[in-house]
Design a binder for this molecule. Structure first.
Ligand SMILES: [Zn+2]
Length: 165
């Protein structure tokens, strides 16, 4: 799950479907479409967007002293000055406490699972996919704050509200 920060009022323009372009470049679809129902072009926002994982969004929102309750919110254009001051304060605050070491949980750490194959042979496997958590370096946290500030600046200059969810 992830949280996207964006400007819903920003103008949209039509753009070629990137998956169709991929299909054409790969030459693996004679119709030049990614799937039969794709119109071949899509409406995209002219606004930059910032996409964060739920965990990272919650940490950033908490750092900005904003509600993390349902990981959604809205800042009106006139309040973006305050929003950007929060980012500035967070930038100059104690970011070290947000730093997390990366870790990996190897696959097969879950419950055992008994499976009988088509030849009637029973196998015991362990459930659970390998989980990688990339951690949070100081650089990554700073980069996210910077991206959010750039988005907020764009919204402020254009008089757009900023929403996330
Ligand atoms: Zn397509």
């Amino acid at each position: 799950m992830s949280v996207t920060f964006r400007c819903p009022d920003a103008p949209k323009s039509m753009d070629d479907c990137p998956y169709c372009l991929e299909a054409q470049a790969g030459g693996y679809d004679e119709d030049g479409k990614c799937c039969p129902s794709c119109p071949g072009e899509m409406k995209v926002s002219d606004s930059p967007e910032v996409n964060l994982s739920n965990v990272n969004a919650a940490e950033i929102l908490a750092k900005l002293d904003l509600s993390t309750e349902d990981l959604s919110g809205r800042v009106e254009a006139r309040d973006l000055g305050d929003f950007r001051r929060r980012i500035f304060r967070a930038w100059n605050g104690d970011l070290d406490r947000m730093v997390r070491e990366p870790y990996t949980i190897p696959g097969g750490s879950g419950k055992p699972f008994v499976m009988t194959d088509s030849e009637g042979v029973t196998h015991i496997q362990r459930m659970g996919a390998t989980v990688h958590y990339g951690g949070n370096s100081l650089d990554q946290i700073r980069r996210r704050l910077q991206q959010l500030d750039q988005l907020a600046q764009y919204a402020q200059e254009n008089g757009f509200a900023l929403v996330w969810g």
